[in-house]
Design a protein around this ligand. Structure first.
Ligand SMILES: [Fe+2]
Length: 424
């Protein structure tokens, strides 16, 4: 009988991070070795797969092809997405939905947001950035910590949003082993902010990173189960589209955390944006997560280092440890107001710098966050924030909208909105 190394677990942030990192790395190495393969051999399997994907993307890009999949909303709604489109979507793990909303609708929402913040003297009262992650330009922010405008809520609870979210959720395996990990047909209306970046803006962009977690990805029992195939030497079995053990476990708190499980991160464009105006880029390879999770176990990484990952900061993807992956960084194509942009929740992404931006760069952040135990728990605090006009608990406690009379009201919720907030 073989003994299996039991992985140490920390359900809350360890007090001594370097010690915990040393301990988990040593246990993971021992556990992988029990498979009969070395850590180097297991990593080589992952690296070969990812390298093939990187080279395929480089080749497509050099042929002038659009790396990002693009699908018309009308095709999603009518169930006309082809097998070839679906295959590319799974392979790349990101998507532009063309015409998700009529362009006039998106432009009207953008104008409504401007009216909403101006009528409520937002700029006069703006106190500066409430967190250390997004900066501001002058006195007017680019990221508006605004959550409860009619425009945002109408988009979140719209049938068109539900249709796309359901389509994207269906790419995942949502039930296995007799457990329904999430309900693909019900979204939890995760409230997030707005970005409005004006013409002429200079922006340093945002470095490549990922958002699903930090050290908890290696250290909590739920994530250890979610990544079990990476940690037991069977990376061939790892499926980036399997939601098992991802929708109920604990997470380490931090200023950049997202409390909910998202199948995809996303935003809806409220202005036209050209591909070279400081837009979103990703490493469009869902399997890259396997590389990111195993890379720290190689011998060239110091024993108390997880390739730079620590708590309270986003998970960085850097040239020092992930140069192979960064070769595949691919930007979105030109988008128009009303298009939406989506990327797998584990995907490396960043925002390009821009000088003297041409045109506006306006988006509403709306992800696909399907109903599951984790999202149901967060929905309770969202409901309270919605009712009082407060900032949701994942975000700095700025609470600009509490006294704004024209924020979206409970009576304006439709069925999607009621279900999303756990009221229906
Ligand atoms: Fe991010």
């Amino acid at each position: 009988m073989t003994t299996t190394t039991v992985l140490p677990q920390w359900e809350t942030t360890p007090d001594d991070l370097p010690a915990a990192i040393r301990e988990i790395k040593s246990a993971l190495r021992a556990r992988i070795a029990e498979s009969g393969r070395t850590v180097d051999e297991v990593f080589a399997v992952v690296e070969a797969r990812v390298r093939a994907a990187v080279e395929e993307i480089e080749a497509a890009s050099s042929r002038g092809e659009t790396v990002w999949p693009v699908i018309e909303y009308a095709d999603i709604e009518a169930g006309r997405v082809t097998a070839a489109e679906l295959e590319k979507l799974r392979r790349r793990g990101c998507l532009v939905v063309r015409g998700h909303f009529p362009r006039e609708q998106a432009l009207a929402w953008d104008a409504e947001i401007v009216r909403y913040v101006e009528d409520n003297q937002f700029f006069e009262n703006y106190r500066g950035p409430g967190d250390d992650f997004f900066g501001s330009v002058g006195s007017k922010p680019e990221i508006y910590p605004i959550y409860w405008s009619a425009a945002q809520m109408e988009a979140r609870q719209s049938d068109r949003m539900a249709t796309v979210q359901g389509f994207l959720n269906s790419l995942w395996r949502s039930s296995s082993d007799g457990v329904e990990w999430f309900d693909p047909s019900r979204d939890s209306l995760y409230p997030d902010r707005i970005r409005r970046r004006p013409p002429g803006a200079n922006s340093a962009g945002l470095g490549t990173h990922l958002d699903p977690g930090t050290l908890d990805l290696w250290m909590t029992s739920a994530y250890q189960q979610a990544f079990r195939h990476l940690f037991d030497g069977t990376p061939e079995e790892y499926d980036p589209w399997d939601a098992a053990h991802r929708t109920a476990g604990s997470q380490y708190p931090g200023s950049t955390m997202c409390s909910v499980f998202r199948t995809f991160q996303g935003w809806t464009a409220l202005s036209d944006m050209d591909h070279d105006q400081g837009v979103l880029h990703t490493v469009p390879i869902p399997e890259a997560m396997a590389y990111l999770m195993l890379r720290p176990l190689l011998d060239d990484v110091p024993d108390d280092d997880m390739c730079g990952v620590t708590v309270n900061q986003v998970f960085p993807a850097t040239a020092q440890w992930h140069s192979l992956l960064l070769r595949a960084v691919s930007g979105i194509p030109d988008v128009r107001a009303g298009d939406s942009v989506w990327w797998h929740c584990d995907m490396i992404h960043g925002v390009d710098p821009v000088q003297d931006q041409q045109g506006w760069g306006n988006v509403m952040y709306i992800p696909a966050a399907p109903w599951c135990p984790r999202n149901e728990a967060y929905a309770e605090s969202v409901r309270a924030a919605f009712e009082s006009g407060s900032s949701p608990s994942d975000f700095p406690a700025e609470h600009y909208e509490r006294a704004w009379p024209d924020r979206f009201q409970v009576t304006q919720l439709n069925e999607n909105g009621m279900r999303g907030l756990g009221l229906g």
